[in-house]
Design a protein around this ligand. Structure first.
Ligand SMILES: [Fe+2]
Length: 251
């Protein structure tokens, strides 16, 4: 079984038991938020958050989460579906598959799929690597193999956070910061992307963690203080999910 088959099959199993939304190796750590099947292909649909809108307070406020999930994420899905509407030959593809073959898509929809497909993929991942602070270790330190890999790369968890925050702060305008693992070496690295470009569909790297640094992710509470948002954001990182993503980073 190659890696893509593994991811597809394992994700299908995950979906069956937990409604976890990812075909990338996001682990099935969250409780099912609803009993509604989620489509992984066209028409894409907005999955409920896996926790209450106010669950991430005081670090991320309820109003931000409502707007971010119910309006911004929904808009990406709506626009992605609109772009694909007249292309039935693409309706069996997951968002990861669409993004992988972006250059082969009809030119008239490439930009829409890049922006809105990427937006859907990034946000779907983002909701699930956060959890209410203190619940099942959210906000605590990473452990085990993941912690060892972080220390090997950056010297300490704190130094990793400093490097990540520095990179995320420097994203000009809107974008994302990621921690990813090479599937062959399992070596960790930090990556940033502009707009809704994603690191979550690569064939040779697995995204472990992603932070949204669009202003819509923090402006109501933090205004222009992205650095304060980033500092607070670590308090809601679900390290057990990140660790399972790392464990899945195998060629
Ligand atoms: Fe966002």
């Amino acid at each position: 079984m190659n890696r893509r088959d593994f991811l597809t099959r394992s994700s299908a199993a995950v979906l069956a038991v937990s409604l976890s939304p990812n075909l990338s190796p996001l682990a099935a750590a969250e409780p099912a938020a609803a009993a509604t099947p989620v489509s992984l292909t066209y028409p894409f649909a907005l999955e409920p958050l896996p926790y209450a809108y106010n669950a991430l307070e005081p670090h991320i406020d309820e109003a931000t989460m409502k707007l971010h999930h119910d309006k911004h994420h929904l808009a990406y899905i709506t626009n992605l579906n609109a772009a694909l509407k007249d292309h039935p030959e693409l309706h069996t593809l997951t968002v990861e598959q669409l993004l992988r073959k972006l250059a082969d898509l009809p030119p008239t929809i490439q930009t829409a799929v890049r922006n809105h497909g990427g937006g859907h993929l990034n946000h779907r991942f983002f909701w699930h690597i956060m959890r209410a602070p203190g619940v099942e270790g959210a906000g605590a330190e990473p452990k085990g193999e993941l912690a060892a890999a972080i220390v090997a790369e950056w010297g300490s968890v704190e130094k990793m956070k400093t490097a990540f925050n520095d990179a995320a702060t420097k994203v000009f305008g809107s974008g994302w910061a990621f921690i990813e693992a090479d599937v062959k070496t399992k070596k960790l690295s930090i990556a940033t992307k502009p707009n809704q470009d994603s690191e979550l569909f690569s064939a040779d790297r697995v995204g472990l963690l992603a932070c949204d640094v669009w202003e819509h992710a923090y402006y109501l509470n933090y205004q222009n203080r992205r650095a304060d948002y980033l500092k607070a954001w670590w308090n809601v990182v679900a390290w057990d999910v990140v660790a399972r993503n790392y464990a899945a980073a195998k060629a």
